[in-house]
Design a protein. Structure first.
Length: 192
């Protein structure tokens, strides 16, 4: 037999000790303490999970609102580019020659053409209105720094819009471009 092989009788036998006798009352207290620790840990973990779930729900709501706002205001730059064209079209229609306005001396074809342009302008404003663009009226209103850009003060009721030089617009209730206005300076108008 080689040195590496051991005989079974050479191995030292380990004595098997009987389990320590534990007082049942002490064991019950230990178990109750462990159960309470586990219950406390479970409560903490449930609170953490509940907070995480609430934070996730809040983040989801916030992201949905931000996405809706992005969709709602995505057209803002397009409308900013269109406003000068809208202004020019409306200026042109306000300055129609008297002959055309009163249908005096104008050819029927020209009158029909002008009616078509007026109808086109109305339809265009209706369409952009449905997309959220609105012109706001400010004549006679108190000056509002958010909605009015005061260009000059003229005789009239103090702090009131006396004349509108360029219309103001809002997109879904947000001011897109303030109106350019003349405001009363508190002195009496020359016509009074």
């Amino acid at each position: 037999m080689t040195q590496h092989q051991k005989k079974p009788h050479d191995q030292a036998a380990k004595p098997v000790l009987p389990p320590k006798a534990v007082d049942p009352a002490v064991r019950a207290l230990e178990l109750e303490k462990k159960v309470q620790e586990l219950l406390d840990q479970l409560k903490r973990l449930m609170e953490v999970a509940s907070r995480a779930q609430a934070e996730l729900q809040n983040a989801k709501i916030r992201m949905e609102k931000e996405a809706a706002d992005i969709r709602k205001f995505a057209s803002e730059m397009v409308f900013m580019k269109l406003l000068p064209t809208i202004d020019n079209l409306q200026r042109a229609l306000r300055h129609l020659p008297v002959e055309i306005e009163k249908s005096q001396g104008a050819s029927p074809k020209l009158l029909e053409w002008v009616k078509g342009i007026v109808a086109l302008e109305r339809e265009f404003l209706k369409q952009v209105g449905e997309m959220g663009l609105r012109r706001f009226h400010c004549l006679g209103q108190p000056v509002d720094a958010e909605r009015h850009e005061v260009l000059m003060a003229v005789p009239g009721e103090a702090g009131k819009v006396i004349d509108v030089i360029e219309d103001g617009y809002e997109l879904h209730g947000k001011v897109l471009r303030p109106a350019k206005v003349k405001v009363g300076d508190g002195s009496k108008a020359a016509a009074e």
